[in-house]
Design a protein around this ligand. Structure first.
Ligand code: C2E
Ligand code: MG
Ligand code: MG
Length: 672
């Protein structure tokens, strides 16, 4: 005789099973969020652990659900089929996660496929789990309820995934994640209990039946719940570590603990538009500190600067370190006066002395500011413009702040265009040389010439060396340009000498880059040999910054050149940062007093400086020449103070070779 089994349910265990399903779903969705934002092995780890949590969640819910129902018979399960049922849930979850996270494909089709696969996983798990019952019973299913259980699982799994994916990019998406998990719980439990209603169990051997229902096997419930809880705790620990350690490592700068470039991108990602201003801060000459005092001290200085920046900004903004000596501040301020006040506060705080390992260090910074919405609303344009303003502050003498203007961008665009064209200028023969006389005012005759470079740009016309020399120094193009210049000047001088026009040296301006390239001596030797010009007719003009850069190496090259017979002069003397104490150690023949002193010759203090420079040159057995001499008054003062060599418009502007020749011819025709 066949007996139909009556199933009884324990409501508390049903609620517990639902909670398990929801918790597992929430954790799995959390992990799914990680899959989107990671790559490679880390992504695979999140994928596997997410599907393990989801699969084991479905499995635990099923078994707790089975334990919620009891009858007059105790069930035994086949371990192999039980394992298969768990694996099917894990595999289905894995494939569903793959589909939905593949190349961030968030289309409806992929969500539908993923929902379907997830549903299949839940159904497969349930019915394989049912088949694992070993007890001698026969099971039949009501077709309508069976189909309904499957439908519930598909629809609810789809809805849960849809909501999660739709709202995952929201900053505070916890609520949506929770709603998705609750719906996923409905998919799993709804399927299970509808499936159970579809089930009829019949027993042939009435001896297996107890007189009263067995009740819930408490140990089993506890055991399965414990396993589930363990898995969940593990997954939460993983998420916690990820959020609090890995995220910190990825978004924070390890040295200053400020947010880094990733942190900045994240900041902008979380806001569609920025309201406020961006300040780009770059330390001035930080490299020198790093090079001279070492990276450890450099690092400590950066930590100190970061601290001062944070203090200045307070709660009114966020400070980021973009790398090296570059910092960025996002502040709510938009008014020009407030922004300038803040930047002056920052500048004055940064310039205060830093005491680091018994060193008293002083550093300055340059700040560029761009404000939303006037200078742009998106990250890229605001950052580019703040950067442009920062470069403007740097070029303006450093230790200052500039607010972006369109003019700055125009200057930068022109600079970039010039940089591009400079590369072709030498090949296209767009350079030419002007010569300016150096005059002996006692003998009233020309005693030298300075070669000055000019660039005739095909579209923009004549460009000042003040504009293109700094660009060619930065890009290194100055090296081949100077090589060309040296050879051309030697040719010119030799040909004038051969025509009996002159017998005087011509000077060529040098740049730091030439000494750094270590090719100078070789190039000069070659040029002199090729043109057969005597070395004493070539003069090199160096500046104080060249002399002070890599002193030993520069000194060695200068001495070598001087031993060839080449003359060396110190250009723009008085404007650099040279220490006067070592002037006598440099192999220098001539001091050129900078034109800025000569221009202000009627100021008493400038007179004193000029007088001192002349005296010093004489005492060091150097010649001295004044630059930028324009008036008779200047000539008289200089002569009275013992400086009779002069260069300037008073004696002749920089001129084309043909004009110099005309002048020399005229002079030759003049009766003495
Ligand atoms: P510098 O070597 O000090 O050259 C003197 C500059 O003063 C020249 O400007 C010259 O035209 C100008 N000058 C001469 N006399 C007077 C005067 O009486 N009054 C005024 N107001 N100015 C006068 P320039 O030719 O524009 O050159 C500017 C700077 O560009 C030069 O300063 C030099 O530092 C650099 N430069 C020029 N040619 C070369 C070159 O071939 N190589 C390198 N590395 N730098 C160069
Ligand atoms: Mg010069
Ligand atoms: Mg000069």
């Amino acid at each position: 005789m066949i007996h139909e089994l009556d199933l009884h349910y324990n409501n508390w265990v049903i609620i517990l099973s639902y909670l398990i399903a929801v918790l597992a779903s929430y954790s799995a969705l959390n992990m799914m969020g990680k899959i989107y934002s990671s790559k490679g092995t880390i992504r695979l780890i999140w994928m596997i652990s997410g599907s393990l949590v989801m699969g084991s969640g479905i499995w635990s819910m099923h078994f707790v659900g089975m334990l919620a129902s009891y009858s007059s018979i105790s069930f035994q399960y086949d371990p192999f089929l039980t394992l298969i049922s768990a694996i099917s849930a894990v595999i289905a979850s894995y494939i569903a996660f793959c589909v939905v996270t593949y190349r961030k494909n968030e289309g409806l089709l992929s969500i539908t496929i993923a929902g379907f696969l997830m549903g299949c996983g839940i159904i497969a798990m349930h019915y394989i789990g049912m088949a694992a019952i070993q007890t001698e019973i026969s099971i039949t299913y009501d077709p309508f309820l069976w189909v309904l259980s499957a439908m519930i699982s598909f629809v609810a799994a789809y809805a849960a995934l849809f909501l999660f994916i739709r709202f995952r990019n929201q900053r505070k998406n916890y609520t949506w994640k929770m709603i998705s998990a609750l719906i996923m719980g409905v998919a799993i439990c709804g399927m299970h209990y509808t499936g159970m209603s579809a089930t009829s169990m019949h027993i042939q051997d009435p001896h297996l039946m107890h007189h009263t229902p067995t009740g819930v096997n408490r140990y089993m419930v506890l055991g399965v719940s414990f396993v589930m809880l363990f898995i969940l705790v593990i997954s939460w620990i993983a998420i916690f570590l990820d959020r609090h350690l890995l995220e910190k490592m990825a978004y924070r700068d390890s040295l200053t603990l400020l947010l880094n470039r990733n942190g900045l991108l994240d900041y902008f990602d979380s806001k569609k538009e920025v309201h406020g201003s961006i300040m780009f801060i770059d330390l001035d000459r930080f490299k020198t500190i790093n090079d001279t005092l070492g990276h450890d001290i450099g690092d400590l200085l950066l930590i100190e600067v970061a601290k001062r920046l944070k203090n200045c900004v307070g709660h009114g903004g966020e400070v980021f370190r973009l790398g090296g000596d570059e910092f960025l501040i996002i502040t709510k301020e938009i008014k020009e006066t407030q922004l300038l006040d803040l930047s002056h506060k920052i500048l004055s705080d940064i310039t205060k002395a830093c005491f680091i390992q018994e060193n008293e260090l002083y550093i300055t910074a340059s700040i560029g500011i761009a404000t939303s919405p006037i200078h742009g609303t998106d990250r890229k344009s605001l950052m580019r413009r703040a950067d442009t303003a920062m470069y403007h502050a740097k070029n303006n003498g450093k230790n200052g702040a500039s607010i972006f203007t369109q003019e700055m961008e125009d200057v930068q665009i022109r600079r970039m265009a010039l940089e591009k064209d400079l590369k072709k200028a030498l090949i296209h023969q767009e350079f030419f040389i002007l010569y300016q006389p150096k005059w002996d005012s006692n003998q009233d005759k020309m005693v030298g010439l300075e070669a000055l470079l000019r660039w005739n740009h095909p579209e923009l016309g004549l460009i000042s060396p003040m504009e293109f020399i700094p660009i060619s120094e930065e890009t290194g193009i100055i090296v081949p340009i100077t090589h060309w210049m040296l050879e051309s000047v030697c040719w010119q001088n030799k040909s004038w000498q051969d025509s009996n026009l002159i017998n005087i040296p011509i000077s060529v301006n040098m740049s730091i880059r030439l000494f750094e390239s270590n090719s100078l001596v070789h190039v000069i030797r070659k040029a002199l040999k090729k043109t057969e010009l005597e070395a004493k007719y070539l003069e090199l003009e160096i500046t104080e910054s060249i002399a002070m850069n890599e002193v030993e190496n520069t000194m060695k090259q200068l001495q070598e050149l001087r031993s060839l017979g080449v003359r060396i002069s110190m250009d723009d003397f008085g404007t650099g940062y040279s220490s006067l104490g070592s002037l006598d150690e440099f192999p220098i023949d001539i001091l050129k007093i900078d034109q800025s002193f000569i221009r202000k010759i009627n100021i008493e203090s400038k007179k004193a400086i000029i007088h001192t420079i002349i005296m010093m040159a004489h005492n060091l057995n150097m010649e001295v020449i004044a630059e930028g001499v324009e008036t008779m008054e200047q000539v008289s003062f200089l002569k009275a103070n013992g400086c009779n060599l002069m260069q300037g418009y008073f004696y002749g502007k920089p001129s084309l070779p043909i004009n110099i020749e005309e002048m020399l011819m005229k002079k030759r025709l003049q009766p003495n």
